[in-house]
Design a binder for this molecule. Sequence first.
Ligand SMILES: C[S@@+](CC[C@H](N)C(=O)[O-])C[C@H]1O[C@@H](n2cnc3c(N)ncnc32)[C@H](O)[C@@H]1O
Length: 223
Amino acid sequence: MLMQLLKKFRLIECTVVEPSAEEITSYKKLVEEQKRALNGVTFHWQQESIQEFCKTNIDGLKRFHFVSALHSLYYIENKDLDFYLKTILGWTEGKMLIMQGAVNSIFSGLEKGFPTSNPFRSRNLGSKIEDTLKTLGINFETSVIPAECDLTFCFDSDSRDGKLLLDFFLHVVRCGDNGPSQLLKMIKEYLTTEGISYTRNERLYAPVPTQVIIASTSKKNSV
Ligand SMILES: C[S@@+](CC[C@H](N)C(=O)[O-])C[C@H]1O[C@@H](n2cnc3c(N)ncnc32)[C@H](O)[C@@H]1O
């Protein structure tokens, strides 16, 4: 993304908001590896969640021409979404790119199937973000990138990919380490349900479409 932007803008101030120290370390490593290609970019590292950054930048001293939020707004609760989007867009004079799960993805299926299970923390969806932008009177364009996920690996107890995928679905690192729990068994069964997954060439797939939203702000339309 930065390399694409550098084709148009010679100097870029890039603020990275990321709560995980581990992710920041690996991002810094990538930046170091691409030092020459990223010449012209100055990085500012903010090891915090976007919610925390909204407090850090409460006075709006940091302003942006472009905000990229790719699969990173999941953990903002629906009830707080208008506050955070309004705050972020209030600092932005340009575009905000958001990518988030679309309505019929496997994740909404899992939430519906296991509404009271702790592991499935509510993930807000692209459609909820669109509704919030409409309420805020923000102009946006939207589209869906179709994608599917191969679930077959989840049923092979020796598959590393299958284990990682189940961890990802459950939000639990090494969820199968203590043997197959009742919940894990139920989830695996659920993954085979009609309407949740489908079979093709003897493999099991589920839809994981992504909603792509480009919100535009200008002085005229800023919140
Ligand atoms: C699925 S990854 C996406 C990473 C990157 N945007 C991409 O598309 O490759 C989600 C990232 O969001 C970070 N994250 C989780 N909660 C967050 C929050 N509340 N605010 C900002 N980032 C958050 C995670 O640490 C993780 O690095």
